[in-house]
Design a protein around this ligand. Structure first.
Ligand code: HEM
Ligand code: HEM
Length: 183
């Protein structure tokens, strides 16, 4: 790849990126939580129900992802409030914006179904109780199916997202810099 490097704009004091520091922090926090919950969730589903690793993940993940909900709502609020840099008119920017909105939609769906499908109350950090909302066994089973389908859709969207980031890097247009606060 021998594309010339276009000089980066001088960082202004305070706001150094197309995304605010808070949005960058929340993006990487979400990435860590979602990647972990996806890989570990699908990973332990392959193990026996009585496997201690599966039991640990199934007790830890609902707590972790429930605690993540306020951070996700915060992130969503910031995204709605401050239009992202990809609101330009060209097709590629519209596609990127649609992909980002689909990710937000899938994460919201996964979080909502996750909370509703709990078949027992959960104690968050042994402090905050999260009650069981639904008691019908059939409804719980259906919610599990929807949760699983949404997790698979989210995994597909994440793969697409990562492929797009890599493609941009390879073509010499570093979008990663925007999410690291260096552009
Ligand atoms: C970041 C959001 C989340 C992601 C990416 C995620 C991901 C996953 C994945 C991949 C599975 C395995 C699906 C399967 O093959 O059965 C799963 C199962 C499950 N998730 Fe989530 N989840 C999220 C949020 C939540 C929340 C908020 C809760 C509840 C508070 C929750 C509760 C559960 C439960 C109870 C299971 C079923 C475990 C079992 O099979 O017994 N999840 N999740
Ligand atoms: C290690 C994995 C990841 C990398 C390297 C990465 C990288 C990036 C980059 C470079 C951007 C800026 C794109 C631009 O400005 O055009 C971005 C934006 C975005 N990413 Fe990721 N990402 C990762 C994981 C995730 C995950 C797991 C999610 C799921 C929640 C996610 C959701 C988003 C969203 C919604 C945006 C739009 C900006 C925003 O609203 O914060 N990313 N990502």
């Amino acid at each position: 790849m021998t594309l010339p490097n276009t000089p980066l704009p001088e960082p202004a004091s305070g706001e150094t990126s197309a995304y605010s520091r808070t949005r960058i922090f929340l993006h990487w926090l979400s990435a860590a939580v979602i990647l972990w919950a996806t890989f570990s969730g699908f990973g332990v589903a392959l193990l026996d129900q009585s496997n201690p690793i599966r039991q640990w993940v199934e007790s830890f993940n609902p707590q972790l992802t429930s605690l993540f909900i306020p951070f996700f709502v915060w992130r969503l609020w910031l995204a709605v409030k401050a239009p992202s840099p990809s609101t330009a008119k060209n097709v590629q920017a519209r596609l990127a914006s649609a992909a980002h909105n689909s990710i937000y939609g899938a994460v919201a769906g996964v979080l909502i179904t996750g909370v509703l499908m709990m078949s027992h109350p959960v104690m968050l950090l042994a402090l905050v109780p999260l009650p069981q909302f639904i008691h019908s066994k059939i409804a719980l089973l259906e919610l599990h199916q929807v949760h699983r389908a949404l997790c698979a859709a989210l995994a597909g969207l994440m793969a697409l997202h990562l492929a797009a980031v890599v493609l941009h890097q390879v073509r010499g247009k570093s979008v990663l810099g925007r999410m690291r606060g260096t552009m």
